[in-house]
Design a protein around this ligand. Structure first.
Ligand code: RI2
Length: 306
């Protein structure tokens, strides 16, 4: 798909989910490279920079998109000509897409080991990584039941309920405000991640911090399912994560409220490391306090790259 269509589909959430938008960004850059007809390297790099900026501006919170784009463009400025540059982009994109899909699978395998037969699980929104855990556990013949929260205003919980039901997993949809009420029936919580910061906090769908708070109070294990391309290099340098605010019409229909009533529609929130029992990644399961070490010693990030 071309850059502008990909940007439009991510912005309107036709393409959504932090992992999926990252893969869509990589694929769009690969298609851009595949279809590029110019031969001047400087013009190519200029056009590529425009494409990169458009993709990165489509959804500001999920660092997965930033990491996917930068992984796809790694080494391109050192290419000797446009041919070498476009070939490298396509290779990088394929590598990122394959490794990111594999990461979701591995997270499912690792996370399923934390699921016991008979567990009741709660999840929020529609996270492919969290769902991978539940689906894997189910395929291992562990009998589980899942509470999926509706996840207003976009109601991604409907997608989760459909997906789990299609797998034959016993699923109950609850409104977001029922989380604390049902938590006493829950054994474990598995959620996804848009961004994990170097100090171990989680940026995820708005309402995740309420789920974590209720789980903490009820002594229910709270697991984050996050591929390491959700880890934020910018947070290592102290940058704050931008919390996307979306159109008010997602909350109340136009005309439903007087013009004088404001609508605030932040679609992510931050969950402190203190409320996270473990982060399940494709590199293994870790405490939130280990994120800095993984970023600097295994992923090669450094604040010195300022
Ligand atoms: P996966 C989603 O955001 C949710 O916040 C979900 O937890 C997160 O992305 C990660 O999803 P949105 O795109 O990468 O629905 O695990 O706003 O699929």
């Amino acid at each position: 798909m071309n850059i502008s269509d990909t940007v439009a589909d991510i912005k309107c959430m036709k393409i959504r989910g932090a992992g999926k938008i990252a893969r869509a960004g990589a694929e769009a850059l690969s298609d851009f490279a595949d279809g590029y007809e110019g031969t001047g390297m400087q013009t190519f790099l200029g056009d590529l920079d425009e494409a990169k900026k458009a993709l990165l501006g489509s959804r500001p919170t999920a660092v997965s998109l930033w990491n996917g784009v930068h992984s796809t463009l790694r080494g391109v400025t050192d290419a000797k000509d446009v041919g070498e540059a476009t070939a490298l982009i396509k290779l990088n994109a394929d590598k990122f897409i394959t490794s990111s899909e594999n990461a979701v699978r591995v997270i499912g395998e690792i996370g399923a080991k934390r699921v016991q037969d008979g567990d009741t699980i709660l999840t929020i929104c529609n996270s492919s990584a969290a769902l991978s855990v539940m689906k894997t556990a189910h395929r291992q013949n562990k009998h589980i039941s899942v509470y999926a929260t509706e996840t207003r205003p976009w109601r991604q919980g409907i997608l989760t309920a459909r997906e789990l039901d299609a797998e034959g997993i016993e699923t109950t949809l609850v409104v977001d405000n029922a989380v604390r009420s049902v938590m006493k029936k829950v054994n474990k919580v598995f959620v996804g991640a848009d961004t994990v910061t170097s100090h171990g906090s989680l940026i995820n769908k708005v309402g995740t911090s309420h789920v974590a708070l209720a789980a903490h109070e009820a002594r229910v294990q709270f697991y984050v399912c996050a591929e390491t391309y959700k880890f934020s290099p910018m947070s290592l340098y102290g940058d704050m994560v931008t919390i996307e605010e979306r159109d008010p019409s997602e909350v109340a229909a136009p005309g439903e409220l007087p013009e004088t009533v404001r609508i605030y529609n932040p679609v992510f929130d931050s969950t402190p490391a203190a409320y996270i029992d473990a982060i399940i990644t494709e590199l293994g399961m870790m405490g939130p306090g280990a994120v800095f070490g993984v970023m600097t010693h295994q992923l090669g990030y450094s604040a010195l790259q300022l």
